[in-house]
Design a protein around this ligand. Structure first.
Ligand SMILES: [Zn+2]
Length: 349
């Protein structure tokens, strides 16, 4: 059978472009690697000392972006072997999660929209290093460093299965992400946004109950707010992992229909064996939540989809830098509370 012409071509998978040392991939001296000069305004405080010579006093890069991140072990994996900067530059959708496996749970809409297409590309970003994750079964005796390696390998498997444009590992210890004053992850994310220029960005929702998730969402918002308005994505969505978003009133709910490619979805959430095999069935729970949302989203209509994920629209927070983040979330909670109270009052009257 002749494959459709718009299907992505994997030119051979190899690990040669996995950088094991410093997140420096040359100096981007070849224009073909970085199709557009990076003229994005980057606040001086986010520019590492070693890079300052590349920037004008006003904060504009005078040369093509060197791909540098703050963690010396940060790296990027490109499933189809394209040069890392060209791989990033083709991004249309980007997911940014705290941990390995978060993207496949929360950003499946972006992954599915890009799968098998040559004009849409999903880039994954994992912020923490996975060293502190719980371990049982065959992983019970692994060291923190071994666990980090295992989780990175699992995330690379997902990137291959999902045909990601690139998978970035910023490789921060969890504590570094939780530190509010640590601007290094913000600078890394701003740098990634300026290289990739995705139009749709998925991250954690601000009402999540995992503190790493909320911390990452705040870093993402800070990074986007550091960019000029024209360099920001069209949409920023806060998605479900720990605590779903069924509680949002329907008018606040962004509902993504993820009915397609259930086989692919199962593979993507199932590949993280180190998190699942000990008995924590994230794979079943994630697929079950999608199915439950599809059925319970509308009470009177028959199921129009077989899978659904919900998101909180965080776009207003990157359109108005003065919008208070906590107040923005509180307004969603207030509308939920009012909805509950109104229904009870209506039934009592
Ligand atoms: Zn997580």
């Amino acid at each position: 059978m002749t494959p459709p012409t718009n299907v992505k071509s994997l030119r051979g998978l190899h690990t040669g472009n996995i950088q094991s040392n410093p997140a420096t991939f040359g100096g981007c001296t070849h224009a073909r690697l970085c199709p557009a000069p990076c003229l994005t305004r980057i606040p001086q405080r986010f520019i590492m000392e070693a890079d300052r010579r590349h920037f004008l006093p006003g904060g504009y890069s005078t040369r093509l972006c060197p791909m540098r991140f703050h963690s010396p072990t940060a790296h990027i994996f490109v499933p189809d072997s394209l040069e890392p900067q060209a791989a990033l530059a083709r991004s249309t959708h980007m997911g940014i999660g705290a941990h390995q496996d978060d993207l496949e749970i929360m950003a499946i809409d972006g992954i599915l929209r890009c799968f098998g297409r040559s004009d849409h590309w999903f880039t994954g970003v994992v912020v923490t290093d996975g060293r502190g994750s719980p371990r049982t079964g065959i992983y019970a005796d692994t060291s923190d460093e071994q666990m980090r390696h295992i989780r990175i390998q699992e995330q690379k498997k997902a990137a291959i299965i999902g045909e990601y444009a690139a998978q970035v590992f910023l490789d921060y210890p969890s504590a570094a992400v939780k530190t509010a004053g640590n601007q290094a992850p913000v600078a890394d994310l701003a740098h990634l946004f300026s290289l990739a220029r995705p139009q749709i960005v998925y991250t954690h929702n601000l009402a999540d109950k995992h503190e790493h998730h909320v911390a990452v969402a705040l870093k993402v918002i800070a990074a986007l707010r550091s960019l000029p308005a024209g360099a920001r994505p069209q949409h920023l969505y806060g998605c479900e992992v720990w605590r779903d978003l069924d509680w949002l009133v329907d008018s606040d709910k962004v509902a993504f229909d993820v009915s397609s490619a259930e086989n692919l979805q199962k593979a993507l959430v199932g590949v993280f064996d180190s998190q699942i095999s000990g008995g924590k069935r994230y794979d079943l729970a994630t697929m079950g939540r999608r199915r439950a949302h599809a059925t319970y989203h509308a009470s009177h209509a028959t199921d129009a989809s077989t899978g659904m994920v919900f998101a909180m629209d965080l776009t207003p927070l990157i359109e108005d830098d003065g919008l208070d983040i906590a107040s923005y979330v509180q307004a969603h909670i207030d509308r939920f509370a009012a909805d509950v109270q109104a229904r009870i009052a209506q039934m009592q009257s």
